[in-house]
Design a protein around this ligand. Structure first.
Ligand code: HEM
Length: 505
């Protein structure tokens, strides 16, 4: 045998030895993972013994995760029920007010397996932060929602609603049927950009705003489906998938939108001169607070922190209210008698609606009852999740160990027949003054220390939108296109929300 043939044989032998070793190691790793999976699953099954759930597949979990289907568990399994997402991934859906009171009284962190999927988009802002940093940011940003700041926003909100209604008047010249979610989203984006970011521009007629809204819709969908897909959990692998690539594109689009807002504002601040002058000149809005905190404290608020807060508020501040307003309009369209009562109340308060102010918002009790009842039936944030930081025991003695993910199933709570008799019936009298209910039976804005920081802002916006719309239009349902509620990050409808609009004379 020649020398070169000998070294080739040696090389091949070496490669095959290496391949054998690699396969053996691969096999061992697989075995290790399988044992780890089985042990963890066994531990979970034991930990959840006190919480029965419908049968599920050992690997694919509960296959039917449609809202309609999950809701049947609320009546069947008292207080809470495990939902298996896949093999060893489970979350406990909680829909009992006493249970929720215990959870919301603690400070368990947001569940990372769910919330981390939002991080490439909205970063670690107020919604995703935990611990000391969350506390500092919450304390820094709470003044942006002070009564003095919110008061003048009512006029801005009214202007944005009027732009939407003017558009509707033109559109229904051709057709009285409209998919309203898109229009309402543009209007709420307009509002948050003008209120929180002092943006001056025509958001509702601008193409960039439309592509931001489209990106937010896509991101909602990709995050929702990623959380449920066992094969999409690894970040590197997810980035290589088609969904992962579309997700990245949508993130980039959303970031372009928020970057532009920050850039414009920084430039504007430089023109206006040094901080004190600006401060004396006018009230500080949300973005002022962030930019000043950054300039004054130097390193305390990094560029990344600032961007995260802007992305968080841009999203939370418009998609939730868009969901709320669209579903309220749908609820009123399907209950014309309540719609008419609201309209009469608003007419007697505002006349032709030329002007609406902060003081009016407390003087529409029936409209407020209808808004709350719609928020009960269609909570814009249908669930939120926590990872238990320590064991928990519920009032009935059942308990869960540290490390379990609990999902505060707000939609389930609001449709729980033990809490709300005839839960599917739209009955605003449930919220009549003086009516009694459990402190944790109605949680559209969650509760405890991590409740919604924008609650008052949101309620004001809902009232302004409902009041001004009812003065201009009669809302009618389209029986051929009944919306199907779908849980994404916020409550949307699978087939959009289509209404017939009739201009009032
Ligand atoms: C109808 C409209 C709204 C609803 C139903 C709603 C609901 C909620 C809920 C349920 C949470 C708790 C989330 C969790 O625990 O993971 C929350 C948190 C939050 N919301 Fe809202 N929200 C609304 C509007 C707004 C608006 C208009 C803003 C801003 C202007 C806002 C900003 C936030 C922020 C920043 C958080 C995180 C607070 C923290 O953890 O400290 N929300 N919201």
């Amino acid at each position: 045998m020649s020398v070169s043939a000998l070294s080739l044989a040696r090389l091949l032998g070496g490669i095959s030895g290496f391949l054998q070793l690699a396969s053996l190691l691969g096999l061992l790793l697989l075995l290790f993972k399988a044992v780890q999976f089985l042990l963890h699953r066994q531990w979970l099954l034991k930990a959840l013994q006190q919480f029965p759930s419908p049968p599920s597949h050992w690997f694919f979990g509960h296959k039917d995760q449609e809202l309609k289907h999950t809701l049947t568990w609320v009546g069947e399994f008292p207080s809470a029920c495990p939902q298996w997402l896949w093999g060893s991934k489970v979350r406990i859906l909680v829909y009992d007010p006493d249970y929720l009171k215990v959870i919301l009284g603690r400070s368990d962190p947001k569940a990372p397996s769910t919330y981390r999927c939002l991080a490439p988009w909205i970063g670690y802002g107020l919604l995703l932060l935990n611990g000391q940093k969350w506390f500092q940011h919450r304390r820094m940003l709470t003044p942006a929602f002070h009564y003095d700041i919110l008061k003048p926003y009512v006029g801005i909100m009214a202007d944005s609603v009027r732009v939407m209604l003017d558009k509707w008047e033109q559109l229904i010249g051709q057709d009285s049927l409209l998919e309203i979610f898109q229009h309402v989203s543009l209007m709420t984006l307009d509002t948050i950009m003008k209120c929180a970011f002092s943006y001056q521009g025509n958001v509702q007629l601008n193409r960039n705003s439309q592509s931001y809204i489209k990106a937010v819709g896509d991101l909602n969908y990709f995050i929702f489906s990623r959380v449920r897909n066992v094969f999409h959990q690894n970040d590197t692998f997810y980035r290589l998938t088609t969904d992962g690539r579309f997700f990245n594109e949508a993130c980039q689009l959303a970031h372009e939108h928020t970057d532009k807002v920050i850039r414009q504002r920084k430039a504007q601040l430089q023109n206006e001169g040094e901080l004190e002058k600006v401060r004396r000149k006018r009230r500080l809005d949300f973005l002022d607070i962030l930019l000043f905190a950054k300039m004054e404290n130097g390193s305390s608020l990094s560029d990344e922190d600032l961007r995260a807060e802007v992305d968080t508020f841009m999203f939370e501040g418009h998609d939730t209210t868009a969901s709320g307003i669209s579903w309220i309009f749908y609820a009123l369209a399907t209950h014309p008698e309540h719609q008419q009562k609201c309209r009469e109340e608003v007419q007697s308060l505002l006349g032709d609606g030329a002007s609406i102010t902060w003081d009016h918002l407390d003087q529409m009790p029936y409209t407020t009852m209808c808004i709350k009842e719609a928020l009960r039936l269609y909570p814009p944030v249908p669930n939120v999740s926590r990872d238990l930081g320590k064991p928990i025991t519920f009032p009935d003695g059942r308990s869960l160990p540290k490390g379990i993910m609990v999902t505060l199933f707000i939609y389930g709570l609001h449709h729980n027949p033990k809490v709300w008799p005839n839960p599917e019936v739209f009955d605003p009298s449930r919220f009549a003054p003086g009516s009694s209910r459990h402190s944790h039976s109605f949680l559209p804005f969650s509760g405890g220390s991590r409740n919604c920081v924008g609650k008052q802002f949101a309620m004001n916006e809902l009232k302004v939108a409902v009041a001004l719309t009812l003065l201009r239009f009669e809302l009618l349902a389209d029986p051929t296109r009944v919306p199907v509620p779908m849980v994404l990050l916020v409550l949307k409808s699978k087939n959009g929300i289509h209404l017939r609009l009739r201009k009032l004379q």
